[in-house]
Design a protein around this ligand. Structure first.
Ligand code: ADP
Ligand code: MG
Length: 591
């Protein structure tokens, strides 16, 4: 960890207070215990939210399930360690199973579906009387209130503290690790993450299960300490949303967000509990509203906090912590793309009768097309003629309604996007889709980390990404966030990221529009270099014919989804129908 002195000091202070709290009396013990548990729930919620961008409003059910499983094991006289293990494993299993239906949903739908889990589990706990004793709740037997000579309240307190420490360090690990980068890519753009080679569902499932495990461990501490559990204490809405409010208050996706949020809101709650207990939920709601309105992104991201010496360190985004600035190599250095030997007679891509329709609109109509290895194919056609859709079909954004696509010995129909990326297809988006809150370097490193052969380690990928950035002319912006780039730079980033997928076939969708003639020339050289030096086959969609004519071997023309011409550049440009439909008569003005 590249923590600053302030951070280490803050951590030591918080830890020290937590360690001595039980010695200050029962009041402080209960007070801090509540916060320890809240922190674990808030932090484990934020792994899915802050890292992957999913709002799981029902996260608290894992706390409840953990508490119930623990209690059931406990009253059946299983050893406490076994009760904890059961609670963690069972709840992780529930999280994994729930992932299947839940991750079919996104955004608000995901949030609402997860919110519904709370009343559902509340109802289950209340009605499965045979197991849970219903609303009467489960009292834990008095036997066991002394653990190894210590009051169980104190003992469970330190167990909860240990879980907190584990959660905190896991957060550091997650933010820096390759797995964490998969989450960050998912948070920014799931489709782009997939075409960079990330298989997203298992990543989301693991994160859900991990979060569930930690919430369950916190949940198990609760009945152990308080010797009682009933449905509303662990599944009630009034308690369930508070840890989420804590994480939001501090700032989600930040190492310190959930911790600071928990301390602040937890303390406030405690004070309110003493004074105006009835208004607690209202006050918490108001605080969250105010934060959302005036400090979006949480307290630690607020300018006033970021600008305060010392405090500012707590609001550092992950890439500010990474501190990876590998030595920059020489210009013109080779990219880590294998040099493939080209067999110009070999067909690498075949589209056979490929058709795609959106409702009644046939965007791609019975397209049959062959591309030879090492070819640079220009694909042109008026706006809306289906060029981008054809790319979307080849890169599996869409599944064709009819026809077959074969690439390098693989039938692409039915394959996942990440597999298609792994078999060697890279693409750019016509409208750039970078991972906005990641740096240029990280954007390019992502496909390097998640390519088919298992990928590079994080630091190696970050170092390698520099070469791609330099190749695409982005060296000066290496450590800037992608959302700070202008359109040209975003297009260059699209290109660099697609190259970093190490494609055998590169699909380039209108990167030259908006570039100056000199920039276009540089781009044409890049395309040529990709083929000549690395053996990459290219299909290039471009409106600027003068750019295409510098480099393409063959031209295919689409009109209303159908191929109307396919042949050497000269021939196609002389074709009657092409001239009429595409160039509106005269070719000269476009050449
Ligand atoms: P081009 O890239 O050649 O300009 P597109 O492939 O983007 O054309 O679009 C081809 C046709 O398909 C257009 O009529 C467009 O409106 C339609 N289309 C493309 N994507 C979608 C979509 N996701 N939903 C509905 N219609 C679409
Ligand atoms: Mg298009």
């Amino acid at each position: 960890m590249t923590g600053s002195a302030t951070e280490k000091l803050a951590l030591a202070a918080i830890f020290a207070i937590a360690v001595i709290a039980p010695f200050l009396g029962a009041y402080y013990l209960t007070f801090v215990f509540t916060m320890l548990i809240a922190y674990v729930v808030a932090q484990s919620w934020d792994w899915l939210h802050g890292e992957a961008g999913y709002v799981n409003l029902g996260h608290y059910i894992y706390f409840g399930i953990g508490a119930y499983v623990f209690s059931l094991g406990y009253i059946n006289e299983l050893p406490v360690v076994v009760c904890f293990a059961f609670a963690a494993l069972f709840t992780a299993g529930v999280g994994a199973i729930l992932s299947y239906p839940l991750f079919r949903l996104r955004g608000d739908y995901f949030a609402f579906a997860t919110l519904a889990l709370l009343p559902l589990f509340d109802l289950l706990a209340a009605n499965l009387k045979g197991i849970t004793k219903g609303t009467d709740g489960i009292p834990l037997p008095p036997k066991g209130v002394i653990v190894m000579g210590v009051d169980v309240k104190v003992f469970s307190y330190y167990v909860a503290l240990a879980v907190c420490v584990a959660a905190f360090f896991l957060t550091i690990w997650l933010a820096r690790n390759k797995f964490g980068f998969a989450l960050k890519a998912i948070r920014n753009d799931e489709q782009a993450a997939e075409i960079c080679g990330i298989r997203i569902f298992p990543v989301k499932l693991k994160t859900m299960a991990l979060g569930a495990t930690f919430a369950a461990l916190a949940g198990a501490c609760y009945p152990w300490a308080y010797r009682y559990i009933d449905p509303t204490t662990v599944f009630g809405l009034n308690v369930a949303l508070i840890p989420i409010a804590m994480a939001l208050l501090g700032g989600t996706g930040l190492l310190w967000g959930a911790l600071i949020g928990t301390i602040l809101l937890g303390t406030m709650q405690q004070m309110l509990l003493v004074q105006i207990s009835g208004f607690q939920a209202t006050i918490v709601g108001i605080v969250t509203l105010l934060i959302g309105r005036y400090m979006p992104g949480g307290l630690l991201r607020a300018r006033i906090v970021r600008g305060t010496p010392g405090l500012g360190a707590l609001g550092k985004e992950h890439h500010e912590r990474l501190g990876v600035r590998p030595a920059v190599g020489a210009a013109g250095e080779a990219l880590a793309i294998e040099r493939r030997t080209i067999d110009p007679d070999r067909t690498i891509l075949t589209c056979n009768g490929v058709t795609m329709a959106f409702g009644g609109n046939i965007a791609v109509n019975n397209v049959t097309l062959e591309v030879k290895e090492g070819e640079i194919l220009g694909l042109i056609g008026p706006n809306g003629s289906g060029k981008t859709t054809l790319f979307n079909l080849i890169s599996k954004i869409y599944e064709p309604v009819a026809g077959e696509i074969r690439f390098d010995g693989h039938l692409l129909n039915g394959l996942r996007r990440d597999t298609v990326s792994h078999v060697g297809i890279g693409r750019t988006y016509q409208i750039p889709r970078p991972f906005s809150d990641l740096t240029v370097q990280e954007n390019i490193a992502i496909p390097l980390m998640f390519r088919g052969d298992g990928g590079l380690a994080r630091d190696a990928a970050l170092a390698e990404a520099i070469k791609f950035a330099r190749f695409a002319g982005l060296e000066a912006r290496l450590f800037d966030r992608a959302d700070a780039l202008n359109l040209q730079q975003r297009k260059a980033l699209e290109f660099a990221r697609a190259l970093a997928c190490r494609p055998k076939l590169l699909l380039v969708d209108e990167v030259a529009s908006g570039l100056t003639p000199a920039e276009v020339r540089a781009f044409v050289d890049h395309i040529r270099e990709m083929r000549d030096k690395y053996g990459v086959t290219v299909i290039w969609v471009e409106h600027i014919i003068s750019a295409l004519s510098q480099v393409v071997d063959r031209l295919v023309v689409l009109e209303q989804g159908s191929v109307i011409a396919d042949g050497p550049l000269r021939e196609v440009m002389a074709d009657e129908r092409v001239l009429r439909t595409y160039f509106g008569g005269s070719l000269k003005e476009h050449a």
